[in-house]
Ligand binder design. Structure first.
Ligand code: PCA
Length: 217
């Protein structure tokens, strides 16, 4: 009995590789949340939502993408985004929206604490919040990487006053608390929507690059 105990003790103390004793722990995969929007107003399709759905479940670099569509409504849009954040505990969040006038991928720099829900109504998004919140995405590096890939891109200082800016502002509040990179990118329409549009495959590639650059920053 003593010999068996001794043998066991020696075996346990031996510097054998861990897998010899137990199966390796599965590496928990990190998730990046990518949101886009549903069609709205005159737009019968929304490339931002289509890109988010196309990315859903794919790997970009080492991260898994949760890609979802949000409704174009104040309030509910961000409630949904919060639910997705709670469900996947993302390491970064990139929100996308359509800018029907854009000829470039526009990496937004600041969100304004102002919303314009109907013609004559302007109000603050958060009465006790700062007038602007800045993106925590590496804007300059993303734009540079996109231009290197010959994708038309530029930084932007105005995300509008509609639901995109609303989601962007609220996202910055939560992401800054959580300490994760987060921000907003406006995408152009497709060529079938506007003659100056961008192919969906190019927009998709642009978002993949933005994710890679964000994760490498
Ligand atoms: N674009 C709108 C809202 C939804 C979208 O895709 C915006 O720029 O606010």
């Amino acid at each position: 009995m003593k010999t068996i105990l001794l043998a066991l003790t020696v075996l346990v103390a031996l510097p054998l590789p861990l897998p010899f004793f137990s199966a390796p722990e599965p590496v928990a995969q990190e998730t990046v949340l990518v949101t886009g929007f549903e069609p709205f107003g005159p737009w019968d399709s929304n490339p931002s939502g289509e890109v988010a759905l196309a990315l859903n479940g794919t790997l970009v670099g080492d991260v898994r993408i949760l890609g979802v569509m949000l409704p174009v409504t104040f309030g509910t849009s961000y409630l949904r985004l919060q639910e997705y954040m709670a469900a996947c505990d993302p390491v970064a969040v990139i929100a996308l929206g359509l800018d029907g006038t854009a000829r470039w991928v526009e990496v937004e720099r600041i969100a304004l604490n102002l919303q314009h829900p109907s013609l004559w109504r302007f109000s603050r998004i958060n009465d006790s919040g700062p007038p602007v919140r800045c993106t925590t995405l590496p804007t300059r590096a993303i734009v540079a990487a996109l231009r290197e890939e010959a994708i038309a891109a530029r930084p932007s200082w105005f995300a509008g006053l509609y639901v995109c800016n609303y989601v962007f502002y609220r996202l910055q509040e939560d992401a800054q608390q959580g300490g994760i990179p987060a921000g907003f990118i406006h995408v152009p329409p497709t060529p079938s929507q506007k003659p100056y549009g961008m192919e969906l495959a190019t927009t998709l590639q642009a978002v993949r690059t933005a994710i890679n650059v964000t994760m490498a920053a």
